[in-house]
Design a protein around this ligand. Structure first.
Ligand code: SF4
Length: 328
Protein backbone atom coordinates (compact mmCIF):
# COMPACT_ATOMS: atom_id res chain seq x y z
CA UNK A 1 0.00 0.00 0.00
CA UNK A 2 1.72 3.17 -1.17
CA UNK A 3 0.63 5.14 1.91
CA UNK A 4 2.27 2.76 4.36
CA UNK A 5 5.70 3.07 5.99
CA UNK A 6 7.49 -0.31 5.97
CA UNK A 7 8.57 -1.99 9.22
CA UNK A 8 12.29 -1.24 8.72
CA UNK A 9 11.74 2.49 8.19
CA UNK A 10 9.19 2.56 10.99
CA UNK A 11 11.64 0.91 13.41
CA UNK A 12 14.18 3.57 12.40
CA UNK A 13 11.75 6.25 13.56
CA UNK A 14 10.25 7.30 10.21
CA UNK A 15 6.68 8.51 10.77
CA UNK A 16 4.01 8.39 8.05
CA UNK A 17 3.15 11.67 6.34
CA UNK A 18 -0.20 12.76 7.88
CA UNK A 19 -1.31 14.12 4.50
CA UNK A 20 -0.89 10.69 2.90
CA UNK A 21 -2.56 8.94 5.85
CA UNK A 22 -5.52 11.32 5.69
CA UNK A 23 -5.84 11.06 1.90
CA UNK A 24 -5.69 7.26 1.95
CA UNK A 25 -8.21 6.99 4.78
CA UNK A 26 -10.69 9.29 3.02
CA UNK A 27 -10.28 7.36 -0.23
CA UNK A 28 -10.64 4.01 1.53
CA UNK A 29 -14.02 4.91 3.07
CA UNK A 30 -16.47 2.48 1.40
CA UNK A 31 -13.82 1.56 -1.19
CA UNK A 32 -11.31 -1.27 -1.54
CA UNK A 33 -7.51 -0.97 -1.43
CA UNK A 34 -7.30 -2.23 -5.03
CA UNK A 35 -9.65 0.51 -6.28
CA UNK A 36 -7.87 3.24 -4.31
CA UNK A 37 -4.22 2.53 -5.14
CA UNK A 38 -4.01 4.24 -8.57
CA UNK A 39 -6.10 7.20 -7.45
CA UNK A 40 -3.83 7.68 -4.46
CA UNK A 41 -0.71 7.65 -6.63
CA UNK A 42 -2.25 10.10 -9.11
CA UNK A 43 -3.37 12.48 -6.37
CA UNK A 44 -0.04 12.48 -4.52
CA UNK A 45 1.91 12.88 -7.76
CA UNK A 46 -0.19 15.83 -8.85
CA UNK A 47 -0.58 17.35 -5.36
CA UNK A 48 2.30 16.13 -3.17
CA UNK A 49 1.33 18.21 -0.11
CA UNK A 50 -1.86 19.35 1.53
CA UNK A 51 -0.97 22.95 0.63
CA UNK A 52 -0.68 21.98 -3.04
CA UNK A 53 -4.05 20.25 -2.90
CA UNK A 54 -5.58 23.29 -1.19
CA UNK A 55 -4.63 25.41 -4.21
CA UNK A 56 -6.17 23.02 -6.75
CA UNK A 57 -9.25 24.04 -8.72
CA UNK A 58 -12.47 22.31 -7.67
CA UNK A 59 -12.96 20.92 -11.20
CA UNK A 60 -9.48 19.40 -11.27
CA UNK A 61 -10.07 17.53 -8.00
CA UNK A 62 -13.55 16.36 -8.99
CA UNK A 63 -12.11 15.19 -12.32
CA UNK A 64 -9.33 13.19 -10.65
CA UNK A 65 -11.86 11.70 -8.23
CA UNK A 66 -14.27 10.66 -10.99
CA UNK A 67 -14.99 6.93 -10.84
CA UNK A 68 -14.11 6.54 -7.14
CA UNK A 69 -17.69 7.22 -6.01
CA UNK A 70 -19.16 8.88 -2.92
CA UNK A 71 -18.41 12.30 -4.33
CA UNK A 72 -19.17 14.21 -1.14
CA UNK A 73 -15.79 12.87 -0.01
CA UNK A 74 -14.00 14.76 -2.80
CA UNK A 75 -15.76 18.03 -1.97
CA UNK A 76 -14.94 17.62 1.72
CA UNK A 77 -11.38 16.62 0.85
CA UNK A 78 -10.82 19.97 -0.80
CA UNK A 79 -12.55 21.87 2.01
CA UNK A 80 -10.43 20.05 4.57
CA UNK A 81 -7.19 20.70 2.66
CA UNK A 82 -8.02 24.42 2.53
CA UNK A 83 -8.74 24.56 6.28
CA UNK A 84 -5.50 22.71 7.11
CA UNK A 85 -3.52 24.97 4.76
CA UNK A 86 -5.10 28.23 5.97
CA UNK A 87 -5.60 27.58 9.68
CA UNK A 88 -2.87 25.08 10.51
CA UNK A 89 -0.18 26.23 8.05
CA UNK A 90 -0.40 22.90 6.22
CA UNK A 91 0.16 20.71 9.30
CA UNK A 92 -2.63 18.39 10.38
CA UNK A 93 -3.58 18.65 14.06
CA UNK A 94 -2.46 15.61 16.07
CA UNK A 95 -5.35 15.21 18.49
CA UNK A 96 -8.53 13.26 17.83
CA UNK A 97 -10.83 16.11 18.95
CA UNK A 98 -9.17 18.66 16.65
CA UNK A 99 -9.15 16.24 13.71
CA UNK A 100 -12.84 15.54 14.23
CA UNK A 101 -13.66 19.22 13.63
CA UNK A 102 -12.18 19.17 10.11
CA UNK A 103 -14.55 18.81 7.10
CA UNK A 104 -15.22 15.21 6.09
CA UNK A 105 -13.42 13.66 9.07
CA UNK A 106 -15.66 11.46 11.22
CA UNK A 107 -14.83 9.40 14.31
CA UNK A 108 -13.24 6.54 12.36
CA UNK A 109 -10.99 8.72 10.21
CA UNK A 110 -10.00 10.98 13.13
CA UNK A 111 -8.97 7.93 15.16
CA UNK A 112 -7.08 6.42 12.22
CA UNK A 113 -5.10 9.61 11.52
CA UNK A 114 -4.36 10.22 15.23
CA UNK A 115 -3.17 6.63 15.71
CA UNK A 116 -1.34 5.97 12.43
CA UNK A 117 0.19 9.38 11.71
CA UNK A 118 0.79 10.62 15.27
CA UNK A 119 0.93 7.45 17.41
CA UNK A 120 -1.90 8.64 19.63
CA UNK A 121 -3.52 5.85 21.64
CA UNK A 122 -6.85 5.92 19.76
CA UNK A 123 -9.02 2.93 18.88
CA UNK A 124 -9.66 2.44 15.17
CA UNK A 125 -12.76 0.41 14.40
CA UNK A 126 -13.37 -0.56 10.79
CA UNK A 127 -15.20 -3.60 9.42
CA UNK A 128 -12.09 -5.76 9.72
CA UNK A 129 -11.55 -4.84 13.37
CA UNK A 130 -15.23 -5.42 14.13
CA UNK A 131 -14.97 -8.94 12.71
CA UNK A 132 -11.80 -9.74 14.67
CA UNK A 133 -13.35 -8.45 17.94
CA UNK A 134 -16.63 -10.31 17.41
CA UNK A 135 -14.65 -13.53 16.95
CA UNK A 136 -12.00 -12.96 19.58
CA UNK A 137 -14.71 -12.43 22.21
CA UNK A 138 -17.35 -14.70 20.59
CA UNK A 139 -19.92 -11.89 20.48
CA UNK A 140 -23.17 -12.95 18.82
CA UNK A 141 -25.12 -9.66 19.11
CA UNK A 142 -25.71 -8.50 15.53
CA UNK A 143 -24.15 -5.47 13.86
CA UNK A 144 -24.71 -2.56 13.74
CA UNK A 145 -26.19 -2.68 17.29
CA UNK A 146 -23.10 -4.42 18.64
CA UNK A 147 -20.70 -1.66 17.51
CA UNK A 148 -20.36 0.01 20.96
CA UNK A 149 -19.52 -3.34 22.56
CA UNK A 150 -17.01 -4.20 19.81
CA UNK A 151 -15.42 -0.76 20.20
CA UNK A 152 -15.18 -1.27 23.95
CA UNK A 153 -13.38 -4.58 23.38
CA UNK A 154 -11.05 -3.04 20.79
CA UNK A 155 -10.32 -0.12 23.14
CA UNK A 156 -9.41 -2.52 25.94
CA UNK A 157 -6.63 -3.88 23.68
CA UNK A 158 -5.34 -0.53 22.36
CA UNK A 159 -1.80 -0.09 23.71
CA UNK A 160 0.04 3.08 24.74
CA UNK A 161 3.14 1.83 22.95
CA UNK A 162 2.98 1.87 19.11
CA UNK A 163 -0.81 2.31 18.88
CA UNK A 164 -0.47 3.16 15.18
CA UNK A 165 1.23 -0.14 14.37
CA UNK A 166 -1.31 -1.95 16.56
CA UNK A 167 -4.27 -0.35 14.73
CA UNK A 168 -2.86 -1.29 11.33
CA UNK A 169 -1.94 -4.78 12.53
CA UNK A 170 -5.49 -5.56 13.69
CA UNK A 171 -6.96 -4.16 10.47
CA UNK A 172 -4.49 -6.21 8.42
CA UNK A 173 -5.22 -9.33 10.48
CA UNK A 174 -8.90 -8.94 9.58
CA UNK A 175 -8.10 -8.26 5.91
CA UNK A 176 -5.69 -11.15 5.41
CA UNK A 177 -6.14 -13.88 8.07
CA UNK A 178 -9.41 -13.41 9.93
CA UNK A 179 -11.28 -13.08 6.63
CA UNK A 180 -15.09 -13.15 6.42
CA UNK A 181 -15.61 -16.61 4.88
CA UNK A 182 -12.57 -18.74 5.70
CA UNK A 183 -10.49 -17.44 8.60
CA UNK A 184 -7.01 -19.00 8.69
CA UNK A 185 -7.07 -19.78 12.40
CA UNK A 186 -4.12 -22.17 12.13
CA UNK A 187 -1.70 -19.32 11.40
CA UNK A 188 -3.44 -16.63 13.47
CA UNK A 189 -1.48 -14.96 16.28
CA UNK A 190 -4.75 -14.77 18.24
CA UNK A 191 -5.35 -18.52 17.99
CA UNK A 192 -4.96 -19.23 21.71
CA UNK A 193 -7.17 -16.49 23.21
CA UNK A 194 -9.81 -16.55 20.45
CA UNK A 195 -13.14 -17.60 21.99
CA UNK A 196 -14.99 -18.12 18.69
CA UNK A 197 -12.21 -20.37 17.40
CA UNK A 198 -12.47 -22.43 20.61
CA UNK A 199 -16.28 -22.60 20.30
CA UNK A 200 -16.15 -23.32 16.55
CA UNK A 201 -18.41 -20.32 15.81
CA UNK A 202 -15.92 -18.14 13.94
CA UNK A 203 -17.52 -18.41 10.49
CA UNK A 204 -20.92 -17.43 11.92
CA UNK A 205 -19.52 -14.13 13.18
CA UNK A 206 -20.07 -11.26 13.10
CA UNK A 207 -23.83 -11.59 12.99
CA UNK A 208 -25.58 -8.87 11.04
CA UNK A 209 -29.12 -7.51 11.17
CA UNK A 210 -30.57 -8.29 7.71
CA UNK A 211 -30.65 -5.28 5.42
CA UNK A 212 -33.82 -4.17 3.67
CA UNK A 213 -33.72 -4.93 -0.07
CA UNK A 214 -32.69 -1.92 -2.16
CA UNK A 215 -35.42 -0.24 -4.20
CA UNK A 216 -34.96 0.33 -7.94
CA UNK A 217 -35.36 3.84 -9.34
CA UNK A 218 -35.71 4.86 -12.96
CA UNK A 219 -34.50 7.90 -14.87
CA UNK A 220 -33.70 9.43 -18.27
CA UNK A 221 -30.51 11.08 -19.50
CA UNK A 222 -30.06 13.17 -22.62
CA UNK A 223 -26.89 13.21 -24.72
CA UNK A 224 -26.72 15.86 -27.43
CA UNK A 225 -23.75 16.37 -29.76
CA UNK A 226 -23.04 19.32 -32.03
CA UNK A 227 -21.79 18.85 -35.58
CA UNK A 228 -18.23 19.76 -34.45
CA UNK A 229 -18.29 17.02 -31.78
CA UNK A 230 -19.06 19.25 -28.76
CA UNK A 231 -21.32 17.72 -26.10
CA UNK A 232 -23.97 19.15 -23.80
CA UNK A 233 -23.35 18.44 -20.12
CA UNK A 234 -24.39 19.74 -16.74
CA UNK A 235 -22.46 20.43 -13.57
CA UNK A 236 -24.57 18.82 -10.86
CA UNK A 237 -25.50 20.89 -7.79
CA UNK A 238 -22.98 20.67 -4.93
CA UNK A 239 -25.51 19.13 -2.57
CA UNK A 240 -26.93 15.67 -3.22
CA UNK A 241 -25.87 12.53 -5.03
CA UNK A 242 -22.92 13.00 -7.44
CA UNK A 243 -22.80 16.60 -6.16
CA UNK A 244 -20.40 18.87 -8.04
CA UNK A 245 -19.71 16.25 -10.72
CA UNK A 246 -20.17 16.56 -14.45
CA UNK A 247 -23.04 14.57 -15.94
CA UNK A 248 -25.67 14.45 -18.64
CA UNK A 249 -28.81 16.53 -18.23
CA UNK A 250 -31.68 14.32 -17.19
CA UNK A 251 -34.85 13.64 -15.28
CA UNK A 252 -35.40 12.99 -11.60
CA UNK A 253 -34.66 9.43 -10.44
CA UNK A 254 -37.83 7.88 -9.05
CA UNK A 255 -40.49 5.19 -9.62
CA UNK A 256 -42.05 7.26 -12.42
CA UNK A 257 -39.55 9.87 -13.67
CA UNK A 258 -40.87 12.71 -15.79
CA UNK A 259 -39.14 13.02 -19.17
CA UNK A 260 -37.28 16.30 -19.06
CA UNK A 261 -35.14 16.95 -22.17
CA UNK A 262 -32.89 20.02 -21.94
CA UNK A 263 -34.34 21.52 -25.13
CA UNK A 264 -37.17 20.65 -27.51
CA UNK A 265 -36.01 18.37 -30.35
CA UNK A 266 -36.63 14.95 -31.91
CA UNK A 267 -34.97 12.89 -29.17
CA UNK A 268 -34.38 9.25 -30.06
CA UNK A 269 -34.05 6.53 -27.47
CA UNK A 270 -30.92 4.39 -27.68
CA UNK A 271 -31.48 0.62 -27.36
CA UNK A 272 -30.31 -0.78 -24.03
CA UNK A 273 -30.16 0.83 -20.62
CA UNK A 274 -27.66 1.80 -17.96
CA UNK A 275 -27.78 -0.11 -14.70
CA UNK A 276 -25.95 1.17 -11.66
CA UNK A 277 -26.15 0.52 -7.94
CA UNK A 278 -25.73 3.22 -5.31
CA UNK A 279 -25.57 2.61 -1.57
CA UNK A 280 -29.32 2.86 -1.08
CA UNK A 281 -30.88 2.01 -4.44
CA UNK A 282 -30.45 0.47 -7.87
CA UNK A 283 -30.82 2.81 -10.84
CA UNK A 284 -31.92 2.08 -14.40
CA UNK A 285 -31.42 4.89 -16.91
CA UNK A 286 -32.83 5.20 -20.41
CA UNK A 287 -30.72 7.23 -22.81
CA UNK A 288 -31.99 9.68 -25.39
CA UNK A 289 -29.95 11.43 -28.04
CA UNK A 290 -30.28 14.14 -30.65
CA UNK A 291 -28.17 16.72 -32.49
CA UNK A 292 -27.17 19.82 -30.55
CA UNK A 293 -28.10 22.86 -32.66
CA UNK A 294 -25.24 25.19 -33.62
CA UNK A 295 -25.45 28.43 -31.68
CA UNK A 296 -27.37 26.88 -28.76
CA UNK A 297 -26.14 28.58 -25.58
CA UNK A 298 -27.91 27.25 -22.51
CA UNK A 299 -27.80 29.24 -19.26
CA UNK A 300 -27.36 26.47 -16.75
CA UNK A 301 -25.64 23.77 -18.83
CA UNK A 302 -22.10 23.33 -20.13
CA UNK A 303 -21.03 22.83 -23.74
CA UNK A 304 -17.72 20.99 -23.91
CA UNK A 305 -15.61 20.88 -27.04
CA UNK A 306 -14.48 17.54 -28.43
CA UNK A 307 -10.93 17.99 -27.13
CA UNK A 308 -11.96 19.47 -23.78
CA UNK A 309 -14.31 16.60 -22.86
CA UNK A 310 -12.74 13.63 -21.07
CA UNK A 311 -15.00 10.64 -20.29
CA UNK A 312 -12.77 9.95 -17.27
CA UNK A 313 -14.09 13.17 -15.67
CA UNK A 314 -17.55 11.60 -15.44
CA UNK A 315 -18.75 9.60 -12.43
CA UNK A 316 -19.19 5.92 -13.25
CA UNK A 317 -22.95 5.97 -13.86
CA UNK A 318 -22.60 8.85 -16.33
CA UNK A 319 -19.65 7.16 -18.03
CA UNK A 320 -21.76 4.03 -18.51
CA UNK A 321 -24.31 6.24 -20.29
CA UNK A 322 -21.60 7.74 -22.48
CA UNK A 323 -20.20 4.29 -23.35
CA UNK A 324 -23.62 3.01 -24.36
CA UNK A 325 -24.28 6.11 -26.47
CA UNK A 326 -20.87 5.92 -28.15
CA UNK A 327 -21.35 2.20 -28.82
CA UNK A 328 -24.42 3.05 -30.89
S1 SF4 B 1 -8.29 -17.50 15.61
FE1 SF4 B 1 -9.47 -17.51 13.73
S2 SF4 B 1 -11.41 -16.53 14.26
FE2 SF4 B 1 -9.97 -16.06 15.89
S3 SF4 B 1 -9.12 -14.08 15.35
FE3 SF4 B 1 -7.75 -15.64 14.52
S4 SF4 B 1 -8.43 -16.05 12.40
FE4 SF4 B 1 -10.05 -14.92 13.51
Amino acid sequence: MPWRIGPVDRAAGVMPDPYRVWLSEVMLQQTTVAAVRDYFIRFTTRWPTVKALAQAQDDQVMGEWAGLGYYARARNLLKCARVVAAEYDGRFPERYDALLKLPGIGPYTAAAIAAIAFDQSETVLDGNVERVMARLYDIHDPLPGSKPLLKEKAASLTPLLRPGDHAQAVMDLGATICTPKSPACGICPLYAPCLARAAGTQTELPQKTPKKPKPTRLGHIYIAQRSDGALLLERRPDKGLLGGMLGWPGSDWSDAPVENPPFPARWQEIPGEVRHTFTHFHLILRIWTTKLPDGFTPDDLVIMGKHQFKPSDLPTVMRKGFDLWRGQ
